[in-house]
Design a protein around this ligand. Structure first.
Ligand code: GTP
Ligand code: MG
Length: 317
């Protein structure tokens, strides 16, 4: 049996191999992804983001138990934040792996991003496609909400859970960080800590102020204590409610279609960029050009303009 056949038979080791193959962009990965694309579209995508150590993994763990109870198969991706503060993705995975049997309905994968530059959004999306095609009902992506890349990853999800803690500050800070725009559900975790009521009330009243009517999803704010599995069921239900809400009002479909458009553009950009860079590197003597610009005999706009004109002629032919 080929790896793909094993994958289609539900072999998780084959899934892991296929994910590595895609992640490493081995020869033929595009064709493979093409095949997988035609088999996906079934799994819902949940993003869980928030500051380092907010309790995202613990929350995800709690949600997994809820999904298992509902007889759902779940694939989880932990996007390693490459952060010197946490560096905990591997250990985290190990702990959770022990809790959920390898042959069960839960599958974990962490994205090897340490030291990697760029391409993380595409790689994560591709892994989501592989998990979807494998037959998971739900996929969950955990990221540390820091930069644009993480925001892009989260943007591909149907429902985004933003995790905050009592120490995260107030609603104004959440607004400044753009969290109001990306959150579909707020979890204020570590609600066992002092002053957790304050941020909950604060967020709720800030959200009330946002323009809304009966067609708007009202972002719920749920205090949780992930280590004690407190309010996890409520969080789980809000996630399902949000999915049902966007499916009913058409936003689910619109958002998915927008993701497809973004994907096509990303593939094109990637291929053009690579082609152009390769061509320039083989044909242009940059040293001479740089020297000329440095000496004031040319300017970078004119040089880039000439190169652009020359190359776009080629594309048109
Ligand atoms: N007091 C308290 N501690 C919690 C709670 N939830 C999680 N923790 C603890 O907070 C620490 C971080 O939890 P994680 O679930 O690893 O947090 P994370 O957000 O996934 O962390 P990174 O992935 O490293 O950013 C662990 O020591 C947890 O046991 C909670 O509700 N209350
Ligand atoms: Mg974590």
């Amino acid at each position: 049996m080929t790896v793909l056949e094993k994958f289609q038979n539900g072999d998780k080791r084959a899934l892991s191999k296929i994910i590595s193959f895609i992640e490493n962009r081995q020869d033929g990965y595009r064709e493979l992804l093409g095949k997988l694309y035609s088999k996906c579209g079934h799994a819902i995508r949940i993003g869980v983001t928030g500051p380092p150590g907010a309790g995202k993994s613990t929350l995800v763990n709690g949600l997994l138990h809820q999904f298992l109870k509902a007889n759902k198969k779940v694939g989880v991706i932990a996007v390693d934040p490459s952060s010197p503060f946490t560096g905990g993705a591997l250990l985290g995975d190990r702990v959770r792996m022990n809790e959920f049997p390898l042959d069960g309905d839960i599958y974990f994968r962490s994205m090897a991003t340490r030291g990697a530059s760029g391409g993380l959004t595409a790689a994560t999306n591709n892994v989501l496609v592989a998990m979807d095609a494998f037959g998971f009902d739900v996929t969950i992506v955990e990221t540390v909400g820091v930069g644009q890349v993480e925001l892009d990853i989260i943007d591909a999800c149907d429902t985004v859970v933003v995790t905050l803690v009592p120490e995260s500050g107030d609603a104004v800070q959440a607004m400044k960080a753009g969290l109001m725009e990306i959150a579909d559900v707020f979890a204020v975790n570590k609600a066992d800590r002092p002053n957790s009521d304050r941020i909950v009330t604060d967020l709720r009243s800030a959200l009330e102020f946002k323009a809304h009517d009966e067609h708007t999803w009202m972002i719920p704010v749920i205090p949780t204590v992930a280590i004690e599995k407190k309010n996890i069921e409520e969080l789980f239900e809000k996630i399902l409610e949000h999915i049902a809400f966007i499916k009913a009002n058409g936003n689910f479909e619109t958002h998915r279609q927008l993701q497809i458009e973004k994907k096509i553009i990303a593939i094109l950009k990637n291929r053009f960029e690579k082609e152009i860079v390769d061509k320039l590197a083989s044909q242009v003597d940059f040293a001479q050009t740089i020297e000329a610009i440095y000496k004031g005999n040319a300017d970078p706009y004119a040089v880039a303009g000439d190169l652009y004109n020359e190359y776009s002629k080629d594309i048109g032919s």
